[in-house]
Design a protein around this ligand. Sequence first.
Ligand SMILES: Cc1ncc(COP(=O)(O)O)c(C=O)c1O
Length: 416
Amino acid sequence: MNQTLMHQEPKMPEDLQLFINNARFYDKPSTPTTQFTHAELSKALNFHRSMPGYAPTPLISLPNLSRKLGIRNLYVKDESQRFGLKAFKVLGGAYAMARHIAERLGEDISHLPFDTITSDEVRRAVGEVTFATTTDGNHGRGVAWTARQLRQKSVVYMPKGSSPQRLDAIRGEGAEASIVDMNYDEAVRMTAELARKHGWLVVQDTAWEGYEKIPLWIMQGYGTIMLEALQQLHEVPPTHIFIQAGVGSLAGSVQGMVVEAYGAFRSKVIVAEAKAADCLFRSAMAQRGEALAVGGELSTVMAGLACGEANVIGWKILRDYADAFASCPDYVATRGMRMLGNPLPGDTRITSGESGAVTPGLLSILMQSPAMKETRERLRLGEDSRVLVVSTEGDTDPQRYLDIVWDGELASYRKF
Ligand SMILES: Cc1ncc(COP(=O)(O)O)c(C=O)c1O
C-alpha cells in the first residue's frame, strides 16, 4: 500500500459543514413553544382526518440500511404519499386556509370539518376570497388544491429558475400561476405587495414581523407528520430527528413539538439546509441571536429549501433548542435520493425528491465518513440510535428525479 495514503488524515466531505448548537448563548429566557402542544397540534390532525383521501403516510423502517450505517433503526416518514400531491406541504396550507375561514365565521375549527368548510352554505357566508402565495412548487400546489376545494381563486408566484413541470402541476389545480424574475424571498415581498393592492389573502409559509398568524397555523398543520409518526412508533420517541429546512417552518414545528412533548429528555434535532441557502446555519453559527439572510440566486437542486430568509417564529425556536445545523452541498441530497431509490436487499424502496432526501444523505455521510467521527460522537449517534427522517417530497419534478437517479446528475462526491 502506498505509505503516504496510509498516513493521510481522513478527508472531510467537501463543503459539508455541521455546527453543534450545544451552548445556549443567549441569556434571554428560551422561546415559548406552547403553540405546539399535543392539544394544539391535534386540532390540525383532526381537521386533516376530515379531508377526503386522508390516510397517515407510511413510516418505513429500513433495517438493512440501519445496520450498514451502524445505528439501531432508521425510520423514514414518506410524505410522497400525502393526499396524492407528492409532498407534505398541503398539511400547512389547507389547515391555515380552514382556520382563516373559521375565524371569519367566528367558529372554532373543531366544529368545521372539511365537508362543512367546503359546503355551499359556508361558501355563501364567506363570499369570494383570492388566496395568494409564493412557492418553489409544493406549498403553492397545496394552496391551489385547497382553494379549488373551497371553490375560491388562487394566485401563485414562483421564483426564477422554478421547474416548468411544477408550474404545470399548480396550474392543473386551477391556480393562476407564473414564474417571476426574482428569487424566493423577493417574490414573497412582491406577492405581499400585490395582495395589499388587490385585497387578496396571503397564505405564506413563512413568518415575518407583523405577519405571524397564518404561518403559525401552517406550522401547526405540519404537526400532523409528527403526531402520526409518534403513533406509528407506539409513542416511543426517536433518539434523533433529522429535519430539512428552507425557511424553517417545518423544522421549527418539529422542534417545538418535541420540546413540548419531551422537555429535557427530548430527541436530538439536527436541521439540514441547502448550502446555497443556509440562512439558519449561518445565523446559528454567528451566535448573535438574530436571523441572518442569504441573498442572490440561491441556486441548489433542493428547490424546496432554496429560501434565504428564515421564518421568525421557526428561527427563534430552532436557535434556542435545536442540537445541530448542517449546511449541505447538493451531493448530499442526490446521494440520499439514490440510497432510498436503490435500497439494500430486503429494505423498502422509497421515491424521495431532492428536498426530501437530504436528511438520509446527511445521516449516511455522518455515519460513514471517518472524518465525521468526532461529530457523530458529540451528537451521540451510534449503535443505540433510533433515527427519524422525513422524506418531505417524492418525485415532484419527475424528469429531474430520473436525471439524478438514472443519469447520476450531480453524482460527484465519493471521497469521504
Ligand atoms: C419538499 C420540501 N421539503 C422541505 C421544505 C422546507 O420547509 P420549510 O420552508 O418550512 O423549512 C419544503 C419547503 O417548501 C419543501 O417543499
